[in-house]
Design a protein. Structure first.
Length: 272
């Protein structure tokens, strides 16, 4: 028997969700190079106590692609549809990298629907970049693809930059496979729609219990940034995962689960 069920949440663009278990909804949100399978080490553990889910954001995995450019707030609106589909008034949100930014944006737009925020290896926006820096950030990431390179050609280098120094080959290959599974055009739209200076979260306005998690070898969103975020969110908890880079849920799943699950259990009634 499968450990989880995959559902497509209508209407278009349909959102693919893996889910298992019963109780308050915990939904895990992947990063810009990921998909719902990045959380398969978490779902069985979380499902012992919760209705545990992970999604493919629009344009990722089994979720539908979509017409036109990305409005970053579309992710939050899609997430509201997922909560409605499962009859959840509130949910615990666990977001990594771009998924953390989506979780914070959802909290800003739909504060009454958030039980807790677990913000992993993420950042509160791109306002620290000038318009010129933002354009350069986008150019560097899109140039290889727009020049005709395949995702399989850029995936190895990106994967190496994300994982910790001691990550085993299986972890490296899992990250490469995740990158290779991206929908090329939707990925391009996501980069353009996400790395904008006007997307910025006011961390001081977060009023739900928050847990900031980061790998101690994360070079993209380093521990210093995570510490700063935790200090700006009232009452936030900070956890640093040893021996992990930007993807501690994949690199160190046992340690990640041991850090995140007690926080969720400590606030399990918040989703009631």
């Amino acid at each position: 028997m499968a450990q989880w069920k995959t559902e497509l949440v209508p209407p278009a663009p349909r959102i693919a969700v893996d889910h298992t278990g019963e109780g308050a909804l915990v939904i895990c949100l992947h990063g810009i190079g990921g998909n719902r399978t990045n959380w398969h080490d978490q779902l069985p553990e979380f499902a012992r106590h919760f209705h545990a889910a992970s999604w493919d954001a629009r344009g990722y995995g089994l979720s539908d692609d979509y017409e036109g450019p990305l409005d970053f707030h579309d992710f939050a609106r899609d997430l509201a549809r997922v909560l409605d589909h499962f009859g959840a008034r509130r949910a615990h949100l666990v977001g990594l990298s771009m998924g953390g930014l989506i979780a914070m944006d959802f909290s800003a737009l739909f504060p009454e629907r958030v039980a807790t925020l677990t913000l992993c290896d993420t950042l509160p926006g791109f306002s620290h970049l000038s318009p010129e820096q933002s354009r350069e950030f986008i150019r560097l990431r899109l140039e290889p693809l727009l020049a005709g390179k395949a995702l399989s050609e850029i995936a190895p280098g990106v994967a190496r930059s994300l994982i910790g120094k001691a990550a085993p080959p299986a972890v490296y290959q899992r990250v490469v496979d995740s990158m290779c599974a991206l929908h090329r055009e939707s990925y391009i739209k996501t980069i353009r729609g996400s790395a904008r200076p006007d997307i910025q979260i006011e961390l001081e306005k977060i009023r739900v219990p928050a847990h900031v998690v980061v790998g101690d070898e994360d070079l993209l969103t380093p521990p210093a940034l995570a510490r700063s975020m935790s200090e700006r969110i009232a009452g936030a908890r900070l956890t640093i995962i040893p021996g992990a880079g930007h993807l501690p849920n994949i690199e160190r799943p046992r340690e990640f689960n041991a850090a995140v699950l007690p926080f969720l259990l400590g606030h399990r009634e918040a989703a009631a």
